[in-house]
Design a protein around this ligand. Structure first.
Ligand code: TYM
Length: 330
């Protein structure tokens, strides 16, 4: 079985982007691949969250993933901070990562621009920690959304660099999505992607109640409709169609596409339909996640068992990495 690794930061409620970019693929891969999925709680520390919130944040990501269909019996589901081999590999890899290349990473530059007072070393070396997450299990495939593509590319570079210097140890990991192209779930305001931290009113969370979903979707950016048959869709209209494709039936999508091309489309109707289909999709996940979160003991058990599975593989890799570097003295 091919080895798969992916993680989700525990920085807030999960949203549709997390679901369609990552979680859906986790569920589809769990039977046929050797999967390691984790909560990236170390990665969440770059913004110094309140210590009181950490546990609930981590447990919620676990509950939401299981509610979305992940089966902890089939995969290793664990917290990053339970695997000490990850920060050890991160330290070793940091010696091969150069300041210049890390400073050029677009996500780093964005963070510097948005938050110039908190440009910490953890932020700079974020892609190196991600690389350690991936290489610690010698993963080949990394199911992620489009926004993480470049990070996985860096992981591939670091793997090559390690192999080149110390001998072949790591396979080269690749970003993965069923159906080729990596996904970017757009924000409802027509600006960029859905995100846990920016413009929360334009992001649909898996925890949103029915009314909130309706309100957010009805406010999605549209216009007064096309005036010429078969005209090109503006990006914000394409976005609404993209969401429709994710949760509505093919008949519904075809009907609104025809209406668009024939200039008879009423965006109000389309958004109403989208809202109802979205609710049908999200409500069961939301309810199940709420239930699971009540059972803290069950989540603790899942994380402990997941960490055991993950450490077995991680400890093997770290011994090999230490040996390759020459750290084997006795
Ligand atoms: P994070 O927590 O921001 O997001 C988790 C997953 O959700 C995907 N995603 C999206 N996909 C499509 N459209 C969107 N709008 C959208 N928003 C988020 C992300 O691509 C990701 O797959 N650095 C990572 C966590 C991480 C990781 C790793 C991932 C740490 N180590 C190792 C893979 C392998 C992150 O911050 O994801």
């Amino acid at each position: 079985k091919q080895i798969v690794v992916s993680g989700i930061r525990s920085t807030g409620y999960l949203h549709l982007g997390n679901y369609f970019g990552a979680m859906r693929n986790y569920v589809k891969m769990q039977d046929d691949y050797n999967c390691f999925f984790f909560v990236a709680d170390y990665h969440s520390l770059t913004t110094h969250p309140d210590p009181k919130d950490l546990k609930a944040n981590v447990f919620r990501v676990v509950a939401e993933n299981i509610a979305g269909g992940l089966d902890p019996e089939k995969v290793a589901l664990y917290a990053q901070s339970d695997i000490p081999e990850i920060p050890e590999l991160y330290l070793l890899l940091n010696m091969l990562a150069y300041k210049g290349e890390l400073e050029k990473v677009p996500t780093f530059k964005d963070k510097v621009r948005l938050n110039p007072d908190n440009v910490n070393a953890g932020l700079l070396t974020y892609p190196v920690l991600m690389t350690a997450d991936i290489l610690i299990h010698k993963a080949l495939l990394v199911p992620v959304g489009k926004d993480q593509e470049q990070h996985v590319e860096m992981a591939r570079n670091f793997a090559q660099r390690f192999n080149h210097r110390y001998g072949e140890l790591f396979p080269e990991p690749h970003p993965f999505n069923f159906g080729d192209n990596l996904i970017k779930v757009p924000s409802l305001d027509g600006n960029g992607k859905m995100s846990k931290s920016e413009n929360l009113n334009a992001t649909i969370f898996l925890s949103d109640d029915d009314d909130t979903i309706r309100k957010k979707i009805m406010k999605a950016k549209t216009d007064s409709g096309p005036t010429e048959a078969n005209s090109e869709m503006p990006e914000y209209i394409q976005n609404v169609f993209l969401l429709l494709k994710l949760v509505s039936s093919t008949e519904t999508v075809a009907a609104f596409t025809d209406a668009y091309n024939g200039c008879t489309i009423r965006y109000g109707d389309m958004k109403k339909q989208l809202a109802e289909d979205m609710i049908r999709f999200i409500a069961p996940i939301r309810e199940k996640a709420l239930g699971l979160q009540q059972d803290e003991a069950a989540i603790r058990k899942i994380l402990k068992e997941g960490a055991e599975k993950a450490r077995e593989s991680a400890s093997r890799t770290i011994s090999e990495a230490r040996k390759a570097i020459g750290i084997n003295y006795y």
